[in-house]
Design a protein around this ligand. Sequence first.
Ligand SMILES: Nc1nc2c(ncn2[C@@H]2O[C@H](COP(=O)(O)OP(=O)(O)O)[C@@H](O)[C@H]2O)c(=O)[nH]1
Ligand SMILES: Nc1ncnc2c1ncn2[C@@H]1O[C@H](COP(=O)(O)OP(=O)(O)O)[C@@H](O)[C@H]1O
Length: 220
Amino acid sequence: MADSVHLNRRGVLFVLSSPSGAGKTTISKMMLQQDPDIALSISATTRPPRPGEQNGVDYHFVDVDTFKQMAADGEFLEWAHVFGHRYGTPRARVEELLNAGKDVLFDIDWQGAQQLYQEAGPDVVRVFVLPPTMDELERRLRARNTDSDEVIASRMARAANEISHWDGYDYVLINDNVDDCYGEVKAILRAERLKRRRQIGLIGFARDLIRSVPEADTTI
Ligand SMILES: Nc1nc2c(ncn2[C@@H]2O[C@H](COP(=O)(O)OP(=O)(O)O)[C@@H](O)[C@H]2O)c(=O)[nH]1
Ligand SMILES: Nc1ncnc2c1ncn2[C@@H]1O[C@H](COP(=O)(O)OP(=O)(O)O)[C@@H](O)[C@H]1O
């Protein structure tokens, strides 16, 4: 039996965006737990940690001066103001992960998705997650039990604006049942990994297949 064939491929930069509370963190965690080939880009943020969030795991929690210095030093692939705080994607980790042959997951907003696309073009896959209804969105924000009424109100007020950017994405999913939605996300990632342009070794592999036939007619 022949050895199994393994072709290197270009990493996928997988962006998940949604209005706050629609479920992107839940879906991200499912992906990271179940798929060893994708790792999270850990953003830096000036917002305070929520209960249960760990520095260096969920975010790098930094003060405004540190964030500004990081931005001035070119440490971010992209950054943006969201909900009155700064959020940015550190470049170094993304490069390390891609060099190690991993795909990278980004939980970033539409501004980040746009900037990342400008930097990395077709390596980026942009997925937008919608809630089934706005009432359900608010229910989820309350059920999460992490934000004050005031913060929830401001997130709901921003939700319509966030949703209005849905058409800047490659895929738009409705997160009604979370397992169904996760299944859709997995299908997208699988298909994107299989895309021809990501299979770096494919040209040589196909050429060698053709050359291995002594009488091959390659003029057709
Ligand atoms: N542009 C950009 N957006 C980010 C980054 N990190 C997080 N965000 C977005 O900032 C928004 C607020 O995130 P967060 O405060 O964790 O609340 P969440 O909406 O409940 O996840 C979400 O839309 C995130 O996707 C980043 O590095 N860059
Ligand atoms: N399909 C779903 N049905 C019901 N609750 C959900 C669903 N998806 C996520 N949730 C819950 O909604 C809340 C907000 O989800 P979260 O993943 O934190 O959203 P986001 O990261 O988009 O702000 C969490 O308490 C989560 O458990």
